[in-house]
Design a protein around this ligand. Sequence first.
Ligand code: UDX
Length: 446
Amino acid sequence: MAPKITVIGTGYLGATHAAAMAELGFEVLGLDVVPEKIEMLGRGKVPMYEPGLEELLRRHVAGIEGSTGRLRFTMSWEEAGEFGDVHFVCVNTPQKHGEYACDMSYVESAIDALAPHLHRPALVVGKSTVPVGSAARLAARLTELAPAGSDVELAWNPEFLREGFAVQDTLHPDRIVVGVAGERGEKLLREVYATPIGEGSPFVVADYPTAELVKTAANSFLATKISFINAMAEVCEAADGDVAKLAEAIGHDERIGKKFLRAGIGFGGGCLPKDIRAFMARAGELGADQALTFLREVDSINMRRRGHMVELARETVGGSFLGQRVAVLGATFKPDSDDVRDSPALNVAGQIHLQGGQVTVYDPKGMDNARRLFPTLGYAPTALEACQGAHVVLHLTEWREFRELDPAALAAVVAERRMLDGRNALDAGAWRSAGWTYRAMGRPQA
Ligand code: UDX
């Protein structure tokens, strides 16, 4: 019989994983400790914006007309413990307040809450991003707390999904990485992924520490690539070079590749920034901090981008934001998401507001989250309204909607035709020929 699956934590990762597992034919029970989330998911509603996820969910949530009924949600640990043969732990591991280290409390409470209800052999699979060494510690904790003792195994199976592509990345992963301590874990996970999900995806089996490190290493590499191109943008600006052209040219070398070389205001979100910091903190604990000192530089190049954007904007409006209206297009950390965690766009908007600018933000999907985080900023219901009377327009998240804006229509409502492209994503020629002063980061002014 196919194993029954529980998914603990129903954020971007968990909600997508639960729906994907149901899509593959498994009976799935999703668990969360937030009642509002469980109530919404139970009605087939996704508590965040993720393209294609709601459709996928509605195909399987029990009680929805025409659904397979394979997916249910609960808040009961007892029910989860009784139900599942394989328990995927998908809870958040945010950065600790005021520290670089990662906050493991959600993972630890999930293990502590689930374990006492594991009365028969089961596999607990960690998917959250954790500091290396966590899996071994959590495995020992499970054996200690679970009534089934050593019949409960732990595996570590990091997840590499990108927000905005969560469904696609979950159903067609680049690779499946599993860290195991015994054969049973590997066998069960091979069974779970011996579905279309695993087809064509390399299956990499490793020990716990290697599997944990694969995730942090991958994110560190991506962050490094972005900061590298942003460092080149700084040099290009000083030397009057064009970083977009440079990225295109170096990207033709297959060893370098074209992806993740878009210079701009840098990376944000709930993963890359906190993952590189947690990695440095953990390396320090292990006495290997020297190996990762470059990540400190990656982080500081990245943070400098935000300040640089603020400077460019201030310079553009004549040296002071006082009495200046600043339109901000984009609030989320990337397009096709409503996530504003550590968003470079909102950080820039907040800094300008603090320096006396009258900021008006518009974002296609991130308005509610942005308002909650930065209630004192101005907000407008459309891009056009955000730009009304603006002395400068900042393009800070590269939504398709912004690339499709009509420069002439915007020109009619702004006070000054000044566009600063913080994502190097707009068509410079189109804006300039509509009479705009268009400036992008790391590129010549005209
Ligand atoms: C990332 C990893 O890509 C994913 O594998 C992991 O599981 C979670 O962390 P995500 O945070 O969803 O995913 O976004 P990603 O697409 O990696 O973008 C991260 C940030 O980098 C965004 O703020 C984006 O705007 C920025 N970015 C990306 C750049 O500034 N330049 C680029 O060339 C690419």
